[in-house]
Design a protein around this ligand. Structure first.
Ligand SMILES: Cc1cc2nc3c(=O)[nH]c(=O)nc-3n(C[C@H](O)[C@H](O)[C@H](O)COP(=O)(O)O)c2cc1C
Length: 364
């Protein structure tokens, strides 16, 4: 396995190999968003397991943008110290840890719906996932959100994270602005692709202003929302080109949204059975258009197929396989090249919401 082991650069950061743990919200933070001992142990175990880059579970930039009850937070200075313990433990175990920043918009954890008022989005509508009212954000409110992203990124840097990823995928707020299905605004945030990309560009610039040019900053985007009328691949490629020109350090390419599956398309966490590498075409489409490194996520399980993909792409990322086998990278590097043991049953997802993440088939 030659390519998987090659180092690569995420901006100023050298990553020792091409296997990445894609952001995975483990559901093991305190209600205020501080990591628990269990979460520190999970990330430490991943670091010891040899993965090149760990993208931490998504962190809310503000309380209104919080997806669920037990995700980590980046919305308050009080969280810097506890998050620093997570960073330190992971780095001491040999890991590199990125924070992923999120405002969830209207795509909330369904369990939290009863305690929420109207959901927030680019345009007023009845949310297709929940049948709940969505309220259109005002321009002032949008600017507050941009500022919240910058403050959250500054906290992530001060807490000791090695990089920041902006979550613009999976139907959350930035994805909703990008989507013509969700965004019917008539102002400078709606209409043309340039207008729908404005929120992302403003967030990028505000974060750059807060963390500096040298700090590694990358995005995760859905190259296809999973249904016609949402974000489509040709538009996603143009958004990627805009971000590349602005100086983004890498793009992780996903596809699908929770509403995709409701609309007869697909979700971003594909349940078995699926064809391994079926989402790769979207990453390739973006790779053709940009200069920055591109990472492909979704359904990678077999080292030989990953090795082949790495002929055309810079790195691949996985989520569910590392829940079952935190030491998967080392297993492959040490020569056991059987596919990941993950069967993509998605029981880990149900557990994440109920008790915190676990694999019902965990090998140990
Ligand atoms: C339990 C669980 C939690 C997840 N949490 C996040 C998250 O916080 N942020 C994110 O971008 N994606 C999240 N995802 C999606 C994964 O990062 C990934 O895009 C998806 O699972 C497909 O990759 P896989 O086939 O390797 O699992 C989560 C997935 C699972 C199963």
């Amino acid at each position: 396995m030659y390519r998987m082991k090659q180092p690569w650069s995420l901006g100023t950061l050298e990553i020792k190999n091409r296997l990445i743990r894609s952001a995975t919200d483990e559901g093991f933070a305190t209600p205020k968003g501080a990591p628990t001992r269990r979460l520190i142990d999970i990330d430490t175990e991943l670091a010891e397991g040899g993965v090149g880059l760990i993208i931490a579970g998504t962190a809310h930039i503000s309380l209104e943008g919080k997806w669920g009850d037990n995700s980590i937070g980046m919305d308050h200075d009080d969280l810097i110290k506890p998050l620093n313990q997570l960073c330190k433990a992971t780095q001491e175990a040999g890991g590199i840890l990125a924070a992923q920043l999120l405002h969830c918009g209207a795509t909330v954890n369904p369990e939290t719906l009863p305690e929420r008022g109207a959901l927030l989005g680019p345009s007023a509508m009845t949310d297709p996932l929940f049948g709940h009212p969505v309220e259109a954000l005002t321009q002032d409110h949008i600017l507050r959100i941009v500022d919240d992203y910058a403050k959250a990124a500054s906290r992530a840097k001060r807490a000791g994270f090695d990089a920041v990823q902006i979550h613009c995928a999976h139907g959350y707020l930035i994805n909703q602005f990008l989507s013509p299905f969700r965004n019917s605004r008539k102002d400078r945030y709606g209409g043309s692709l340039e207008n729908r990309t404005r929120l992302l560009c403003q967030i990028y610039e505000a974060i750059r202003g807060a963390v500096g040019q040298e700090f590694p900053l990358f995005i995760k985007m859905s190259a296809y929302d999973g249904f016609p009328g949402g974000v489509e691949p040709y538009e996603a490629a143009r958004t990627a080109t805009i971000m590349d020109a602005m100086g983004i350090d890498a793009i992780e390419v996903s596809a699908g949204t929770p509403e995709g599956s409701k609309k007869g398309g697909w979700d971003h966490i594909l349940p078995a059975p699926f064809e391994e590498g079926s989402m790769f075409k979207y990453a390739l489409l973006i790779k053709e258009k940009v200069n920055c490194p591109v990472i492909s996520v979704e359904g990678w399980r077999t080292p030989q197929k990953i090795e082949k993909a790495l002929e055309k792409i810079d790195a691949i990322s996985m989520s569910r396989p590392f829940i079952r086998e935190p030491d998967l990278a080392n297993r492959w590097f040490e020569g056991d090249l059987s596919p990941a043991h993950c069967v993509s049953c998605n029981k880990c997802l149900k557990l994440q919401m109920a008790t915190g993440i676990a694999c019902v088939f965990h090998d140990k």
